[in-house]
Design a protein around this ligand. Structure first.
Ligand code: PCA
Length: 214
């Protein structure tokens, strides 16, 4: 059995739900064959989110960690390629904090690549019938903060862990009157299940188009 840690976030920015949490707790109840999954909810708070993640890693000793967040406005499931060492919040977090141009880890490297096989994860989601792509940036808000902190933890203390970050679109219920892209949570769960299965079964990535011109 592969030990998998999944995280999702509490609602933020005035939303009533966060599809990332709705999706990961469903997935933890029905993980891919050969995987044991634990789902943990992270507060949408700089610092506290990472503290909760680190405690969950200590408690569950995972081989694969997939952190998931809501990316309102994106149209598909996106597997993040890299995390950057900056907190630059466009809106306050759920504790009212709004760091501007502060490092996630003082003195840490500029960035980290995910140790998930990013393109294999995208391919697996597509094979499962879920629109998916590579994303070149997880932004500079709490999701990137958690992603960078995860990758720093892996780089410094847990080099065997395959870890990374996946953003999912709004759930339909969040955009009923807003004409924005959305994805049913059930479909996001299918995509995430394929991502986890790929991450659990393969270390090396595949060569596939996934770059961007801008
Ligand atoms: N999305 C935010 C933070 C929490 C979430 O679900 C982000 O993309 O940074």
């Amino acid at each position: 059995m592969t030990r998998v840690l999944l995280t999702g976030f509490e609602p933020f920015g005035g939303e009533r739900v966060n599809p990332s949490w709705q999706a990961v707790w469903r997935l933890a109840a029905a993980p891919p064959d050969g995987c044991d999954a634990t789902a943990v909810q992270l507060p949408c708070v700089f610092g506290a989110a990472l503290d909760t993640l680190r405690a969950a890693v200590e408690r569950t000793d995972p081989e694969v960690v997939v952190c998931v967040g809501q990316a309102g406005g994106r149209a598909d499931l996106t597997v993040e390629r890299m995390a950057v060492n900056v907190n630059d919040a466009v809106i306050p977090d759920n504790a009212g904090r709004q760091p501007i141009d502060a490092p996630v880890v003082g003195g840490g490297p500029v960035g980290y690549f995910a140790t998930l096989p990013v393109k294999a994860c995208v391919a697996a989601a597509r094979t499962a019938g879920v629109p998916a792509s590579v994303s070149q940036t997880a932004g500079t808000y709490v999701c990137n903060h958690v992603f960078y902190g995860l990758m720093h933890l892996i780089a410094t203390q847990r080099p065997a862990v395959r870890g990374g970050f996946v953003h999912i679109p709004y759930a339909p219920e969040q955009v009923l009157d807003r004409a924005l892209p959305s994805m049913p949570v059930t479909l996001a769960v299918e995509g995430l299940r394929a991502v986890v299965a790929a991450a659990a079964s393969q270390r090396g990535d595949i060569a596939m188009l996934g770059g961007a011109t801008h």
